[in-house]
Ligand binder design. Structure first.
Ligand SMILES: [Mg+2]
Length: 140
């Protein structure tokens, strides 16, 4: 299936999705996060395990900078009008899909590196956001 057809199918299904983040979805997110951390570690991005140890402000800066780098790549693709163009890797993804995947992978890696239960944090924040007023009280 082409990336454009895939996107059209996904957006037509979004209104049917339950808004509740389930416990099993929390487990899936955390499982993915641990895998993303392990892959990054296998590729030399984590020379030593920092789990359970104090994390330096410099190390946090690296995590944040790498995450920001992926966000910037998404922005650059948008600026160049290439969001729906094929990415430059030998994989079947648009630039938007590739960069959003990179952002998610970096985010999950960062969460494990900072000892954050990302799945639970998403559930708690999503539940809170659903309780907030329209536009979270901001005027459009
Ligand atoms: Mg990227």
């Amino acid at each position: 299936m082409s990336p454009k057809k895939r996107n059209a199918t996904k957006s037509s299904q979004s209104s049917k999705v339950s808004r509740e983040v389930t416990d099993s979805e929390v487990v899936v997110v955390n499982g993915l996060a641990r895998k993303m951390y392990a892959i990054a570690k296998d590729h030399g991005f984590h020379q030593e395990t920092l789990l359970g140890r104090p994390i330096s402000i410099e190390r946090i800066g690296v995590y944040v900078a790498n995450l920001h780098g992926e966000v910037s790549e998404l922005w650059e693709a948008a600026r160049k009008g290439r969001l729906n163009a094929s990415c430059d890797k030998p994989i079947s993804l648009t630039c938007a899909e590739e960069e959003l995947a990179d952002i998610a992978i970096r985010l999950m890696d960062t969460a494990v590196g900072l000892c954050v239960n990302l799945g639970l944090a998403i559930k708690v924040k999503a539940d809170y956001n659903q309780s907030r007023e329209h536009m979270h009280g901001k005027k459009a």
